[in-house]
Design a protein around this ligand. Structure first.
Ligand code: SAM
Length: 196
């Protein structure tokens, strides 16, 4: 509600949130959680805590979703899981619940570069994947195949610095911050340089 006195109009934070345009989801997909060795699982959870911190800092906290959440992740995560959408089902199920039929999959092996037009979509997926043990090349694309098999339309897009993915930090939280900066209107190069 909105209190009016002689000098000012006070709008509560809750009201302000309802007035914002419907901003997109950022979804971290944990489908490949079990492909990780324990040390990598530690890194995935650390990067998710950092992603949550980035989203709070940039006023985007309520639209972080984590899918395929499992018991081990819950134990390790140390995240306020009540403040994000911690979803135990698949990404496809989550999207169906939200009525979203088309998503952007952020994938370093995509053909196409993320464009201004893509930023209008309702959901962006980042793979909850960490590469220490080097056997996960192409894993992000598999997340896309899984979603397509469930009838979700997929826009696979890469983030590049001067035409190349080399030079783009691939940590989950860095990709999230680059995306958030672009959603706020920064261009790709500037956003990448800001997180490096
Ligand atoms: N080994 C994985 C593969 O080959 O698909 C990459 C994992 S990367 C460490 C973690 C996630 O960050 C990816 O799933 C992807 O969503 C995102 N990511 C990393 N670099 C990216 C880039 N240059 N463009 C788009 N997304 C990127």
């Amino acid at each position: 509600s909105c209190m009016v006195n002689k000098f000012e109009v006070v709008i509560s934070g809750e009201d302000l949130l309802h007035r914002l345009p419907d901003y997109p989801w950022i979804i971290v997909d944990l489908m490949f959680w079990d492909k990780h060795i324990p040390k990598e699982k530690g890194k995935v959870t650390l990067q998710l805590r950092e992603t949550y911190a980035v989203m709070r800092r940039m006023f985007w906290p309520r639209k972080l979703a984590i899918t395929w959440v499992n018991e081990e992740f819950k134990r390790m995560s140390k995240l306020p899981l009540n403040k994000v959408e911690a979803f135990e089902g698949s990404t496809a199920e989550f999207l169906k619940l939200k009525g979203i039929e088309r998503v952007v999959l952020l994938d370093p092996n995509a053909q196409e570069v993320l464009s201004q037009d893509d930023l209008k979509e309702k959901a962006f997926i980042i793979g909850g994947i960490v590469d220490m043990k080097g056997d996960k090349k192409g894993t992000t694309a598999k997340i896309g195949e899984e979603l397509e098999s469930k009838g979700i339309e997929m826009l696979r897009r890469k983030i590049v610095l001067r035409g190349d993915i080399v030079g783009v930090p691939d940590r989950i939280n860095h990709i999230a911050e680059i995306l958030l900066r672009m959603l706020y209107g920064e261009n790709m190069e500037k956003a990448i340089l800001a997180v490096q």
